[in-house]
Design a protein. Structure first.
Length: 340
């Protein structure tokens, strides 16, 4: 069966043309799918014969809500979606003054092995499809009853490890006949796959690249992020500088504050030295505790922030949302895996 929602509009036009359908049918079908239609019978402006033909040859993906948690503190909603093959992924809806942001997954599980992240426990199962990524935005919006204005690819998985699918998703979610969410309202987070950062730069997208840095030195970063053993901090920062030179887009550096691991003054100074001369922003993240991990939240977030600011670095501390639910990435899926 054809996964029609994963098609670009151009691919859909060519496919429908082969079925003998006129060109105007493409926009009709595309728009229905991107409104969240779950059956071809809903597409009432299509002929009955076309609806029957599409039903025989195509599948429309639709995730099911396996679990849903709503924060009483700030209205954050965490979804555990069950996919068609029974695997589960997570999506988080966060409410801000400037609009509603959805944090989506790009893979089932993750193979990057970061010590502080629950998403990687159990490893990578498979990549998501473009339609499964799009569904997280569509059905979060429909279930919550609020419009989504911003997207962050910072859920389960490494987006650049599913590179072609992520590019396809970005094209689909940006399309004016679909959700039409602008690139400047989308952030993509990577643990630092330097070859893919260079490849992404070639596409010249105006999204925000967020680099999960978490340590400015090779010894610490390699200990908590295995990807660094084959990359190295210097090579990563060089790729980031090239990305800025090509795209003109300032990079955001994510930095989870871990007690006694990456929160010393010398590490703040080294981080500042790396960032000198290249526009960037450091986002300090109060660590979410993962039961299976010995890593604990830092008690030096404010001191670390001051040290960076004194050296002219643009730095903020991420507001912690969903503190009364399993809002940290991978925690809800992990619970479901343990209980099944």
């Amino acid at each position: 069966m054809t996964d029609i929602k994963s098609m670009t509009q151009e691919e859909m036009a060519a496919w429908l043309k082969e079925l003998g359908e006129p060109a105007f049918r493409t926009k009709q079908v595309f728009t229905w799918l991107h409104r969240g239609a779950i059956s071809f019978e809903e597409m009432t402006d299509l002929s009955k014969s076309l609806r029957e033909k599409l039903s025989r040859e195509c599948v429309i993906t639709k995730p099911e809500v396996e679990r849903k948690q709503v924060s009483a503190q700030d209205g954050t909603i965490k979804y555990l979606w069950r996919l068609g093959d029974k695997n589960c992924i997570e999506t988080v809806l966060m409410r801000y003054r400037h609009g509603n942001t959805v944090c989506i997954s790009s893979q089932v599980g993750c193979r990057m092995g970061c010590a502080f992240c629950a998403s990687t426990l159990g490893g990578k199962v498979r990549n998501l499809t473009p339609s499964e990524m799009l569904d997280q935005v569509l059905f979060t919006q429909l279930d919550a009853g609020v419009p989504i204005s911003n997207i962050v690819l910072m859920g389960i998985g490494e987006p650049l490890d599913n590179f072609d699918t992520v590019l396809r998703f970005l094209e689909l979610v940006n399309h004016p006949d679909g959700l039409h969410i602008g690139m400047r309202h989308i952030s993509l987070s990577t643990c630092g796959l330097t070859d893919k950062i260079d490849k992404l730069a070639e596409h010249g997208l105006q999204l925000t690249l967020s680099v999960s840095l978490h340590a400015p030195d090779d010894e610490t970063r390699s200990r908590i992020m295995p990807v660094n053993r084959s990359v190295g901090v210097e090579k990563l920062f060089a790729a980031c500088r090239r990305y800025f030179e090509v795209t003109g887009r300032r990079i955001s550096y994510e930095y989870a504050m871990i007690d006694g691991v990456n929160d010393s003054d010398w590490q703040a100074d080294l981080l500042a030295a790396h960032l000198k001369g290249t526009p960037g922003h450091v986002n300090l993240i109060p660590l979410n505790e993962v039961k299976e991990s010995p890593l604990k939240p830092s008690r030096r977030v404010a001191a670390f922030q001051r040290r960076l600011e004194q050296q002219g670095i643009n730095v903020t501390v991420r507001r912690k949302l969903g503190g009364d639910i399993d809002a940290s990435c991978g925690q809800l899926r992990r619970k479901a895996m343990q209980e099944s």
